[in-house]
Ligand binder design. Structure first.
Ligand SMILES: Cc1cc2nc3c(=O)[nH]c(=O)nc-3n(C[C@H](O)[C@H](O)[C@H](O)COP(=O)(O)OP(=O)(O)OC[C@H]3O[C@@H](n4cnc5c(N)ncnc54)[C@H](O)[C@@H]3O)c2cc1C
Length: 447
């Protein structure tokens, strides 16, 4: 009989898992279940003033071996990957925009700083030890470096705080080097030297046509994608699994030989909670809102930058701003320019209590002040995209907790977890995670 694997969650991790399952075992019955009315999760392209705008993720890392790039190639979009222009990014400091310093790793200067980086008697991190990024960097580069550069750069990815984020998750190469380095300078040098990117090669890529095109291309390779289906329960049944779908009143059962769970931390906690010997990973999440404004190009007078980051120490609501058509040549069009600001940091969700109109107002005022104009021209169109509980906050020793979860799951038949909750927030990490989960389930199914 044909074996069935159900993938729960139609974000990029679940899509990558389902695609891998079908690629490796074309005869497998692969069912992808997604609770929303569309697959993609945090990848979603919308429209603004008649053009495209990303409502969530905008691009992915292509430097080094990028699983996202590979997936794009596998679904026929390799030639549709576009790269950003050479426009620079800035950082807002003391009320104005300044250049981001060159020669850093996530804002950490490769050498120097206001604090001495004296060689320690033992390596900076013990084997497997984990600390926050702030705990590693503050004593060796000073608070100003962390608050003004490292934190806003980390914030751009995680909406998180340097003093809470795990260095193993946020800067894995640096953490590995710190296991045998006695100064941060040595660890940074090694981490940077180890990055396998060819000089001058592009670091980021986006898909011509938008992230939803990417999602659609992966989904099109799958035999059975069901949207609007919430998985409420997961139980062992015989040598496999029974999933309960839909509302309590209209509950439906779906049996499977294997399961890939590619949902965020909280739904995963609920679904795994009843399984013997399994300790779900408890994760905090940050919420963010993105405010996109389409402005008349001539009047907008935006600086020639790809965008800028705003450290929390500036005391503003806006955390980062992207000038879309300056960053991406393929998005340029006559008469219209689009900026997208992000609001919301972990632990400071108050800013998100504003109404949509309130968010637009604060973004307009803060951006105008930072770029040095009296006011932005009236927008041609606007969009407010809210992502509640969207970005996982990996605390130190997150990887240990994930290992414990996976060890618990190994005692059950053909089940694996995947996604940003476990293996990293970036799209390539999610794709790698989904593929690995697919391979783990296939190995357990045998054949
Ligand atoms: C605003 C924003 C901007 C970002 N920008 C970038 C970027 O530019 N580059 C980058 O690399 N990364 C970016 N990220 C991060 C990246 O987009 C995410 O980490 C990644 O997309 C997560 O993918 P995922 O599949 O693990 O989870 P998700 O995208 O969250 O997908 C999980 C899916 O599971 C579904 N689900 C949940 N519970 C159930 C259930 N019980 N039954 C059925 N389905 C369920 C959800 O509806 C969701 O669709 C951004 C994130 C955000 C929020």
């Amino acid at each position: 009989m044909t074996q069935r694997v159900v993938v729960v969650g139609g974000g990029i991790s679940g899509l990558a898992a389902a695609h891998r399952l079908r690629t490796l075992r074309p005869e497998l019955d692969v069912v992808l279940l997604e609770q929303r009315d569309r697959p993609g999760g945090k990848l979603a392209t919308g429209t603004l003033a008649g053009g495209r705008v990303e409502r969530g993720a905008e691009s992915f890392l292509v430097g080094g071996p990028s699983a996202a790039l590979r997936l794009a190639e596998e679904v026929g979009l390799g030639a549709e990957v576009v790269h950003p222009t050479t426009a620079r990014a800035a950082v807002a400091l003391d009320g104005g925009l300044r250049d981001l310093p060159a020669g850093t790793l996530m804002g950490i200067p490769l050498q120097g700083g206001e604090t001495a980086d004296e060689p320690a008697a033992v390596p900076l991190l013990g084997p497997g030890e984990d600390v926050s990024v702030g705990a590693l960097v503050r004593p060796r580069r000073g608070d100003a470096v962390v608050d003004r550069y490292v934190e806003p750069l980390l914030g751009g990815v995680y909406a998180g705080r340097a003093d809470r984020l795990s260095v193993r998750m946020a800067l894995p190469a640096l953490a590995a080097a710190a296991e045998h380095s006695h100064t941060l300078t040595d660890a940074l040098r090694e981490a940077v030297a180890g990055s396998r990117r060819a000089p001058g090669a592009p670091v980021f890529g986006a898909i011509e046509g938008g992230m939803s095109r990417f999602v659609g291309a992966v989904a099109a390779t799958l035999p059975d994608v069901r949207c609007g289906v919430t998985v409420r329960e997961l139980h062992r049944r015989g040598g496999g699994w029974r999933l309960t779908l839909g509302s309590t009143r209209d509950a439906e059962a779906l049996d499977a030989d294997g399961v890939v769970l590619a949902v965020p931390g909280r739904p995963a906690e609920r679904l795994l909670g009843g399984l013997a010997g399994v300790e779900p990973v408890e994760l905090e999440y940050a919420s963010v809102a993105l405010v996109a404004l389409a402005l008349p190009k001539e009047q907008a007078k935006l600086p020639e930058l790809s965008g800028f980051l705003v450290p929390a120490t500036e005391g503003l609501a806006v955390k980062a701003v992207t000038f879309f058509d300056q960053k991406w040549a393929h998005l340029r069009r006559p008469g219209v320019t689009v900026l997208r600001a992000s609001v919301g940091r972990h632990g400071d969700e108050e800013q998100l209590q504003r109404t949509d109109a309130g968010l637009v107002e604060v973004v307009r005022a803060e951006v105008a002040r930072l770029i040095g104009v009296d006011a932005l021209p009236e927008e041609l169109d606007r969009g407010v995209f809210r992502w509640g509980g969207a970005l996982p906050q990996y605390q130190p020793h997150h990887q240990d907790r994930v290992r414990t979860l996976r060890a618990g799951l190994a005692a059950h038949p053909a089940i694996a977890v995947a996604g940003a909750a476990y293996d990293g927030v970036g799209i390539p990490a999610c794709v790698t995670s989904g593929r690995a989960a697919a391979e783990a389930v296939l190995a357990q199914l045998g054949g």
